[in-house]
Design a protein around this ligand. Structure first.
Ligand code: NDP
Ligand code: 2IT
Length: 446
């Protein structure tokens, strides 16, 4: 429930941003936690901090024309929503997916602002992307699209201004083409303008793995707070992209057994435990389908009907996309004895499902806390770029683990302080809101 002091603010957000249900959902989820904060800090209402936080500082929408391999011309639409720069330069990923629209990017940019605050790093919040579908496109088509997009986007970026990274459909390959075009147009080798770069050319070790690994570290902390460990736990992960694959890898390393994962066409159940090397080969290197995994793994079963959440598990990690885990899925997971859920993806759990997990009293880690390891490691990449240094895998991973433990601690303690023990949603929302809003007040009315 939104506190009565904030119902007017939310009504205004809905009125002024019509047709953007995902943005409304993300705002509502944060506002629902903030009643007790306003009671303790009435000055924040006077400064209209919440109203300011709900309005992006700048929104850029532009045309991206490009030619496919047969010469046909295509027109896509791209976005960069620079949400908030109170804590540092705008920072957040770029998503290439046909479903991308302004509302999607706004929900992601809003979330990113709070997530980045939780990392404790000097980062503002932003998100961008395009309604471009990379599926089935050749290397050359991907490169031309990235070059065309950067030909407009470059003027809005800079290591002290706005620093994009990857997200759905954007990985090291795309970041390479984007950086190449930025360098060409500006005549500057400005490493810190993008993160998620290739490790052979200014990228940081562990950035590729960081979101998935970090999510698992967060789960480890949530379980430890309940006297549990990951050892021997049966896990299900949705998605089979960057975040999901590295979550699977770290779960296995920490002694858990992952029995299922999914992609946009179906899911695979592998009772003997997902073969991480085969999964990486099929999904990350060959960019294939999970049915190809099942074909090469005799004991695995591929299903193109039903939901991956029907596979019984102790720990569930949604790592694909928004609103992929519904109330119905939550009921199934709880019936099957699931004790922990952490969001590797951004807003993958519907509000109904999140409520059911909280009412059942299981450990529920919201994305802005659980998946913050990706952007935190982006900040470590920026640090290395700024000092022209490169750190070892072991050192960087130890930093990531430390950051995730600190985020967990912050959320845990804040939830206790505000009378909601064990509620990581409340803890994450309040801790991050306080951090951003104090900076906004200190910087004056800008
Ligand atoms: P990838 O593109 O690498 O992988 C996305 C995966 O999710 C793929 O397996 C894809 O299926 C599946 N998927 C995507 N869209 C849909 C959909 N509409 N329905 C069903 N399945 C879908 O992206 P990432 O792994 O980078 O991102 C996954 C999630 O994690 C996103 O929510 C992203 O915002 C979030 N995230 C990412 C971070 C990062 O560092 N990359 C950091 C923090 C959060 P298929 O294989 O068939 O395409
Ligand atoms: O959602 C996210 O946090 C990301 N896609 C990563 C952002 C980043 O700048 O590393």
């Amino acid at each position: 429930m939104i506190d009565e002091k904030l119902t007017g603010v939310f009504a205004e957000v809905v009125r002024r941003n019509p047709g953007e249900p995902e943005f409304h959902q993300a705002v509502r989820e944060v506002l629902e936690s903030l009643g007790p904060v306003l009671a303790k800090n009435p000055d924040l209402a006077e400064y209209k901090v919440i109203e300011r936080l709900c309005e992006p500082e700048r929104q850029i929408i532009f045309r991206v024309p490009w030619q496919d391999d047969s010469g046909e011309i295509h027109i896509n639409r791209a976005f960069r929503v620079e949400f908030n720069s109170a804590l540092g330069p705008y920072k957040g990923g770029l998503r290439f997916h046909p479903s991308v629209n302004l509302g999607t990017i706004k929900f992601l940019g809003f979330e990113q602002t709070f997530k980045n605050a939780l990392t404790g790093m000097p980062l503002g919040g932003a998100k961008g992307g395009a309604d471009f579908d990379p599926k089935g496109r050749s290397e050359n088509e991907i490169m031309r699209f990235c070059q065309s997009l950067m030909t407009e986007l470059y003027r809005h970026l800079g290591e002290y201004t706005d620093v994009p990274a990857g997200d759905i459909g954007v990985g090291t390959r795309e970041i390479g083409y984007l950086f190449g075009q930025y360098k060409r147009i500006t005549n500057r080798y400005e490493s810190g303008v993008l993160t998620g770069k290739g490790v052979e050319w200014s990228g940081a070790l562990v950035r590729t793995e960081a979101t998935g690994y970090g999510t698992v570290y967060f789960v480890r902390e949530m379980l430890a707070a309940r006297g549990e460990t990951l050892d021997g736990k049966v896990c299900v992960v949705s998605g089979a992209g960057n975040v999901a694959v590295h979550a699977v890898e770290k779960l296995v390393e920490l002694g858990a057994k992952v029995v299922a994962c999914s992609d946009s066409t179906g899911f695979v159940v592998d009772e003997k435990g997902i073969d991480i090397e085969l999964l990486k080969t099929v999904k990350l290197h060959e960019r294939g389908r999970l049915c190809d995994y099942a074909e090469r793994r005799p004991d695995a079963v591929y299903r193109d009907r039903g939901s991956v959440w029907e596979v019984p598990c102790d720990v569930a990690l949604p790592c694909a996309t928004q609103n992929e885990l519904t109330g119905r899925d939550a009921a199934t997971l709880l019936r099957n004895g699931c004790i922990a859920v952490a969001e590797g993806a951004n807003m993958p759990t519907t509000p109904e499902a999140a409520r059911m997990f909280q009412e059942a009293g299981i450990a529920f880690g919201p994305g802005k806390a659980a998946n913050a390891g990706g952007v935190a490691t982006s900040a470590l990449e920026m640090q290395q770029n700024a000092s022209r240094d490169s750190w070892s895998f072991e050192y960087t991973e130890a930093r990531l683990a430390e950051i995730m433990a600190r985020i967990h601690e912050t959320c845990f303690m804040t939830a206790e302080e505000y009378g909601a023990p064990g509620n990581y949603v409340v803890g994450a929302n309040i801790a991050s809101f306080l951090k951003v809003s104090r900076a906004m007040v200190a910087l004056g009315l800008v």
